[in-house]
Design a protein around this ligand. Structure first.
Ligand SMILES: Cc1cc2nc3c(=O)[nH]c(=O)nc-3n(C[C@H](O)[C@H](O)[C@H](O)COP(=O)(O)OP(=O)(O)OC[C@H]3O[C@@H](n4cnc5c(N)ncnc54)[C@H](O)[C@@H]3O)c2cc1C
Length: 489
């Protein structure tokens, strides 16, 4: 994917979206909005177009950005939009990668940025109640004083919002230990397209009273409702942490090591991140990051454990790695001896700048499939790509412990995007894999959605959309929704 890719922008801009009116935000609607939010709550003209457009998008085309501060305001705004059949695109921290926040002329963008209060932290229950616009890192920092953590963690932590994390069911590097966002949310308050407020602010881990309605909104990418508040599950702050980088001669060794470490660390394994040689070599080239291990092995992994007794856990961690070497699962390992070492190791994984610069045109993918099928899949995709572009570059990395691979490709020309995508997505069908492990569908992956969801699943999704948003005003045209005149999604 290319940042500021205008080609992609035009494609979406020109497409009619679900038949929803898109003729410009009506003057009557605008004047009614002025009666709901204060002056700072309504942005127009230059104040809209000069804002950060979001990842891989060139500019915000919406006519207006509305910035409410309360759920009552969100409710009134949506009731109005419902009445006027006004398309609404929710804007969180704008860190998503699938153009799910893209707007067109005539759209109204609803930004949660002013609903950014951490309302309470309940120490006994280990929960936090937050407004949806709280930035993930703000909550992480706030919890330090209580020796608690909110375990979701990802590279976009400084800008993404907890509402956005819920709307995308975000994953990140600690999923293997704590699960995805879905597992961290106990309760939700969301506003439906017609303005009705669904208050499902459950505080308990166990609550089996009928359908779990909050799950409808988690991962719905702003198409079923606007999330305004969340009850989040917190965990104890781990007091020990150990990090290592290892290298292996085959993917099979990495897969065996994953099982071995999970067993040997007694539940402490908190991250297991794969980097293939291509990715490792790009980021550890001269003048970039310091390589902890020589760059002559096909696979590398970052392994992290979180526990409660530094001396004991460090010994257990080192023993587990030694055993891994003894059993022939890894060729070598380096254990971080300081916070600086740990950061150095993580920087090699999290720094995407070099690969984006080196691989041109740059495409990024986020898929998942069973770990046992990964090696064959990686080989297949590489072969397909090299058949078409023998000089093309490809690198694999990702949260392999969760069956999640990220793929970086530099091949062909901008106009070859569809063919590059086919190389990555089509082989997934045979493994029952997913075209989106954690970033969602947005506009970017709509076309490939049927690879991962069968007709009956898609039908139920359409029915839910029709039930909760009968006029189709919420994020029209995103995820699976059919555009007017389209036979299928
Ligand atoms: C450097 C970097 C690394 C990243 N790493 C990861 C990673 O490891 N794992 C991962 O999962 N993601 C990752 N991401 C992607 C991104 O951070 C997540 O998808 C994040 O959850 C998006 O949150 P946001 O607030 O920025 O949402 P936005 O990008 O603003 O919106 C995303 C979608 O959610 C909807 N939405 C936002 N807020 C609400 C709300 N309150 N109610 C209803 N709908 C809403 C939007 O309409 C849109 O459809 C990364 C991003 C960056 C920049």
């Amino acid at each position: 994917m290319k940042a500021n890719d205008t080609t992609m922008g035009q494609l979406a801009d020109e497409a009619p979206l679900n038949g929803v009116a898109n003729a410009g935000v009506l003057p009557q609607l605008l004047s009614a909005l002025r009666g709901i939010v204060d002056e700072a709550g309504l942005l127009l003209g230059e104040d809209v177009s000069s804002r950060h457009p979001g990842v891989f998008m060139s500019r915000i085309e919406a006519d207006v950005i509305v910035r409410p501060t309360t759920v009552e305001q969100v409710s009134q705004i949506l009731a109005l939009c419902h009445e006027f059949a006004q398309p609404v695109v929710v804007h969180g921290g704008m860190s998503g990668w699938v153009r799910a926040t893209q707007t067109r002329r005539g759209d109204l963008a609803l930004s949660l940025e002013r609903m950014n209060r951490i309302e309470s932290v309940d120490l006994a229950n280990r929960t936090a109640v937050v407004q949806a616009g709280v930035v993930l890192e703000t909550l992480q920092d706030h919890l330090q004083q209580f020796d608690l953590i909110f375990p979701l963690d990802l590279g976009g932590r400084g800008s993404c919002q907890l509402g956005g994390n819920a709307a995308t069911n975000a994953g990140g590097v600690r999923v293997i230990r704590y699960g995805m966002m879905r597992e961290q949310v106990l309760g939700i308050e969301a506003v439906l397209a017609d303005g009705r407020v669904v208050s499902s602010m459950n505080q308990m881990i166990k609550n089996n009273t009928g359908y779990d309605l909050k799950q409808l909104f988690i991962g719905s990418e702003g198409t079923l409702g606007v999330i305004t508040r969340l009850v989040l599950r917190l965990r104890e702050q781990p007091s020990s942490s150990n990090t290592a980088m290892v290298c292996a001669s085959s993917f099979d060794q990495i897969a065996k090591l994953l099982r071995h470490m999970d067993g040997a660390l007694g539940g402490q394994l908190s991250a297991f991140e794969l980097l293939d040689n291509n990715f490792y070599s790009v980021n550890t080239a001269a003048g970039r990051h310091q390589p902890p291990l020589p760059s002559d092995k096909p696979f590398y992994a970052i392994i992290e454990s979180l526990g409660s007794d530094q001396q004991h856990d460090a010994e257990m961690f080192a023993r587990a790695l030694e055993k891994g070497i003894e059993l022939g699962m890894i060729e070598d390992a380096v254990i971080a001896q300081s916070e600086r070492d740990k950061q150095g190791i993580w920087d090699i994984r999290e720094d995407l700048e070099h690969i984006v610069r080196d691989f041109q045109p740059f495409y990024a993918f986020d898929i998942s499939l069973p770990v046992g099928d990964m090696e064959e899949y990686m080989r297949l995709v590489t072969e397909r790509l090299h058949e078409l572009w023998p000089e093309g570059s490809i690198a694999f990395l990702g949260h392999v412990g969760d069956g999640n691979l990220h793929i970086a490709i530099g091949a062909g020309q901008d106009e070859d995007r569809e063919q590059v995508e086919a190389c990555v997505y089509e082989p997934l069908a045979r493994y029952g894999g997913s075209v989106s492990a954690e970033h969602g569908i947005g506009l970017e992956k709509k076309r490939w959605f049927p690879i991962s969801r069968n007709p009956i699943e898609r039908d139920i999704m359409h029915s839910l959309k029709g039930l909760l948003d009968p006029q189709g005003i919420l994020n029209p045209g995103k995820v699976l929704e059919r555009a007017a005149g389209e036979g299928g999604e």
